[in-house]
Design a protein around this ligand. Structure first.
Ligand code: NDP
Length: 264
């Protein structure tokens, strides 16, 4: 299927590893030029070099903490001066939390609010003129199944991802007259390096291997009984960026191996 994405320009936050990197690769394979950011400068610039070499597309990499408004503003300035326009924005940067409501302080709540909600607000608002310059485009917000079906150990993650999903719905209504299609994607268990770190740490306490730990999580939670690869999820993002998804507006799509326990 020709997705018609060649020579489009995509901005992906948190594009240096895991899901963001898989989306960047998936789009680059379609001939999309890429702007990616993450905090670790060395890793993001290495990734950019590889994407350029392997896919012969333009790649702008930028070291930026998306919880900091000034850093977002300078990344957007750099995108404007490098590309001058944008077709696709993927708000992806994020991470899990681990706390109880009784013990977590305001600072932690604020950090995750900035990471999962305000970053998406600031990127969407800041890049809107560059999307409009193109006559429209696509914004995808990478939320989580936890926005709907909370996990007990991470109330801050669950709450801020739920807020991101509502922001995404409001944004979709406001931006569709500008021909900007906004949607939310709620992944389930996606096997990124971060999961291996968790498995390596927690499996030791249980006296099992990291692989056994991951298998148990997948079997206990998902009807499909396994994790997805980042590439399986990225394929859906890439499709949603294309005009093949032209009537998809303001919706939330689950890519979760059947984990969601209700009809949505
Ligand atoms: P990873 O930890 O593998 O990658 C996260 C990426 O975001 C990295 O590039 C990281 O780079 C970047 N990042 C993290 N914090 C910041 C920050 N403050 N500023 C800029 N960049 C940042 O995560 P995943 O790929 O697993 O997750 C990506 C998204 O998918 C997240 O929003 C997550 O909530 C969501 N998700 C993941 C699931 C999973 O099972 N993996 C399931 C459901 C949702 P650096 O550290 O250098 O900044």
């Amino acid at each position: 299927m020709d997705l018609g994405l060649k020579d489009k320009i995509a901005v992906i936050t948190g594009g240096s590893v895991g899901i963001g990197l898989a989306i960047a690769k998936g789009l680059a394979e379609e001939g999309v030029h890429i702007a990616i950011c993450a905090r670790n400068e060395e890793r993001i610039s290495q990734v950019a070099g590889k994407l350029r070499d392997e896919h012969k597309v333009q790649v702008l990499s930028y070291s930026c903490d998306v919880t900091k408004p000034k850093e977002i503003a300078s990344f957007i300035e750099s995108i404007d001066s490098h590309f001058g326009e944008v077709d696709i924005l993927i708000n992806n940067a994020g991470t899990g939390s681990n706390e109880t409501i009784a013990e977590a302080d305001d600072e932690k709540w604020q950090y995750f609010w900035d990471l999962h909600v305000m970053a998406a607000v600031r990127f969407s608002r800041g890049l809107m003129p560059l999307l409009e310059r193109q006559g429209g485009g696509v914004i995808l917000n990478n939320s989580s199944i936890c926005a709907k079906q909370p996990l007990g150990y991470e109330p801050i993650y669950n709450t801020t991802k739920a807020a991101l999903s509502m922001f995404s719905k409001c944004l979709a209504n406001e931006f569709i007259p500008k021909n900007i299609r906004v949607n939310t994607i709620n992944p389930g268990l996606i096997l990124t390096p971060d999961w291996w770190n968790t498995a390596n740490e927690l499996s030791v306490k249980q006296g099992i291997t990291a692989q056994q730990y991951l298998d148990n999580i997948a079997r206990e939670n998902t009807p499909i009984g396994r994790f997805a690869t980042p590439e399986e999820l990225a394929a859906f993002f890439v499709f949603m960026c294309s005009d093949k998804a032209s009537y998809c507006v303001g919706s939330t799509y689950y890519v979760d191996g059947g984990w969601l326990k209700v009809v949505e």
